[in-house]
Design a protein around this ligand. Structure first.
Ligand SMILES: [Fe+2]
Length: 333
């Protein structure tokens, strides 16, 4: 009888024991997500897996440009992006590896690339924030298009230089068309929409009485509510499918030149595990993107946000340049 010791898998394990490392012992991640949010999660992964992770932080756009420039010599095994647009750019360049079915099966199809080359890791929604005291709930606009109505003249805030606003506008161009989007932007300008530098400033401006409505990301208000539950601002979605409700995602893909694909798949799977998904919700008030996990910051379920989300291929958010050009042409940048 053959001893187990001489069986094939045992010999391989023995060799691994003797020679120690495999190429999978370390990973390099290019992260457009901030260090403050990501660092502890990465540490957890290192402890659980024994895989060492090097992270290069930067803006998602900068990192995607670096990946393009470095080509196959890039040290990156994974690209973890803050938004779908930068993932779309790498996807278009055919630089991502196909992800395994068991991973893809964890998320609804609108939160992954249609060809299965990247997956969302968490979601954030565009919403309408409004003053609790100066806006009657029954008067709330049903669509982002209604914000150009003279009823809201001078009362709406927006942040044209903010990356999330620009993603929303890129989505609007992709789903509604160039001329309709331009019309809307011009309509907002002539309705005296008030320009602010970022989403925090928008929420504060509502609270201070400078404006009554603002288009922003969903998680900012939660930060104010955390320290003051009577904060005088509330928020809502527009009607189902409205372009103003865009659900944008952070997401991750494995680069096809990586020599550490197994470890890279482990890392991606770790981010879609319940533990990490809860982390995003608790630390950043983001929406978990895996099916069957009902934990959300405000009682809105994944099904709810899927309902309101406009129909769109998130890879289309790649075309940021034309959005920036539009904003420059109308004097908003
Ligand atoms: Fe943000």
């Amino acid at each position: 009888m053959r001893s187990w010791l001489f069986s094939y898998p045992a010999i391989i394990s023995l060799l691994l024991l003797v020679f120690g490392c495999t190429p999978d012992d370390s990973l390099t991640v290019y992260s457009g997500r901030s260090k403050a949010l990501v660092e502890d999660l990465v540490k957890d992964f290192e402890e659980e897996s024994g895989i060492n992770v090097n992270v290069r932080y930067g803006s998602s756009t900068q990192l995607s440009m670096a990946l393009m420039e470095e080509g196959d010599r890039s040290p990156a095994d994974l690209f973890w992006s803050q938004d779908a647009g930068a993932l779309g750019a790498i996807h278009r360049a055919d630089r991502f590896e196909q992800l395994p079915e068991d991973l893809l099966g964890k998320l609804p199809e609108e939160f992954q690339s249609r060809d299965g080359t990247w997956v969302a890791t968490s979601g954030r929604a565009r919403v309408l924030a409004y003053s609790k005291s100066r806006v009657d709930e029954n008067d709330l606009p049903a669509s982002v298009y209604d914000l150009t109505d003279e009823k809201w003249q001078g009362r709406v805030g927006w942040a044209p230089s903010n990356a999330s606003f620009q993603s929303f506008l890129t989505a609007m161009r992709a789903s509604q068309g160039e001329s309709e989007t331009r019309q809307w932007v011009l309509g907002m300008e002539s309705n005296d929409a008030q320009v602010y530098s970022n989403n925090n400033a928008l929420i504060q401006a509502i609270s201070a009485g400078e404006i009554d409505l603002a288009i922003t990301n969903h998680y900012y208000l939660f930060r104010y509510l955390e320290s003051d539950e009577d904060y005088p601002v509330d928020q809502t979605f527009f009607e189902e499918g409205d372009p103003g409700n865009l659900i944008n995602v952070s997401g991750i893909g494995i680069l096809n030149h990586s020599e550490n694909k197994e470890a890279a798949r482990q890392f991606a799977a770790f981010l879609l595990d319940e533990k990490a998904q809860k982390w995003f919700a608790e630390q950043n008030f983001e929406y978990p993107v895996i099916q069957g996990l009902e934990l959300t910051p405000d009682g809105t379920s994944l099904e709810d946000i899927r309902q309101v989300n406009p129909e769109l291929d998130l890879n289309d958010l790649e075309d940021l340049d034309a959005t920036l050009q539009l904003l420059r042409e109308v004097g908003l940048l």
